[in-house]
Design a binder for this molecule. Structure first.
Ligand code: DAH
Length: 341
């Protein structure tokens, strides 16, 4: 019996030390110490022992029981500690790993330029007007002194909605001049940016949709000198104090006299280079003194009031500003391109 008890002790201790799971340990406890356990089974045979042997075996049995209980308790604590350590290791957070940066959107380069231009004009007392893109031919052409039969009215150049050519996608922002004159009291100073549409094939310098900025000032005593002074001030604020401009005579139906404004090429300073296509100058806008017929058509007395107007291509300003060579980049919205600004 003594040998039996010692064998149980040795085997059980071995098994207890070898456990890796709390459940395993529990089943060992049942196996050896439970009511139907091996140790209990041995103790049930105590009755068969002689009175001299009984206390000796009884003491040994108690020793084995408390040794096993102790070992199970100790192993349980070890397993618990191991499990905790495993869990902590799995959940470690390395606070030194660089975070993943969220990409945030940015203003499109063309709208950055537009905002700069708007700010300059607002600083000069101009009001920003943004309005319809679907226009009556009457406003896009007729009231701007573009008569029936004028080539700009051709179906091959203009997107019309109706067979009678009365409704269209505006081909220029100039109809905003008419809307401003009809809806506002004098004097008027407005800046009207927006999309315009023409039947052009897409290439490096053309798109069927592009943006223009219309500017207009009407007051008593306004002259061509005001137009030049204002535009010179604007480009100097935009491109720097040393910007050189030039005004060339031109023709537009809605202005008289009319002109185009060029900026001296910032790359070659007028010598001629690929940026300015050898010209030395870059054309930026059309302008002029508002034709008396246009003023009178809107009920403004051209003997008392005069005004100037201009229209510039916004894409062209952005291309020049950021030295971008192809118009299509402006519209494609390739993130790799947009990220550079
Ligand atoms: N609307 C003209 C165009 O699209 C540009 C223009 C020229 C606007 C002269 C004006 C102006 O206001 O006075 O080509």
């Amino acid at each position: 019996m003594k040998q039996q008890l010692e064998a149980i002790r040795a085997i059980a201790l071995d098994a207890i030390l070898g456990t890796e799971q709390a459940e395993e340990l529990e089943s060992l406890r049942v196996k050896y110490l439970g009511k139907k356990g091996e140790l209990t089974a041995v103790l049930k045979q105590m009755g068969k022992l002689s009175p001299e042997e009984r206390p000796v075996i009884g003491q040994l049995a108690n020793e084995v029981r408390s040794k096993l209980e102790q070992s199970i308790e100790q192993r349980a604590q070890e397993l618990q500690a191991k499990a905790l350590e495993r869990k902590l290791r799995a959940e470690t957070v390395d606070v030194t790993i660089p975070g993943s940066v969220q990409k945030i959107g940015k203003k499109h380069p063309m709208y950055q330029v537009l905002d700069e231009i708007k700010d300059i004009f607002v600083g000069m007392g101009f009001e920003i007007l943004e309005d319809r893109e679907v226009e009556l031919a009457e406003y896009n052409f007729t009231k701007l002194n573009v008569e029936e039969g004028h080539p700009a009215r051709e179906w091959s150049d203009t997107f019309y909605f109706t067979e009678d050519s009365s409704i269209l996608l505006r081909t220029q922002t100039s109809p905003m001049q008419i809307h401003a004159m009809e809806s506002r009291s004098l004097p008027i100073r407005i800046l009207a940016p927006g999309r315009v549409y023409r039947k052009d094939e897409v290439d490096a310098t053309h798109s069927p949709m592009f943006h223009q900025i219309e500017g207009m000032a009407i007051d008593k005593g306004i002259t061509m000198a005001d137009l030049k002074g204002t535009l010179n001030e604007v480009v100097r604020q935009l491109y720097g104090a040393h910007t050189v401009t030039r005004f060339r005579p031109h023709h537009f139906p809605f202005t008289e006299p009319s002109c185009e404004m060029d900026i001296q090429c910032h790359k070659c300073l007028g010598k001629g280079c690929p940026t300015c296509k050898g010209e030395g100058w870059i054309e930026v806008l059309g302008a002029g003194m508002i034709h008396p017929k246009v003023l009178e058509g809107c009920g403004i007395d051209s003997a008392v009031y005069s005004g100037w107007a201009f229209g510039m291509g916004l894409e062209r300003m952005a291309l020049g500003h950021f030295k971008i060579s192809d118009l299509r980049l402006i519209f494609e919205n390739d993130v790799r391109f947009l990220e550079q600004f």
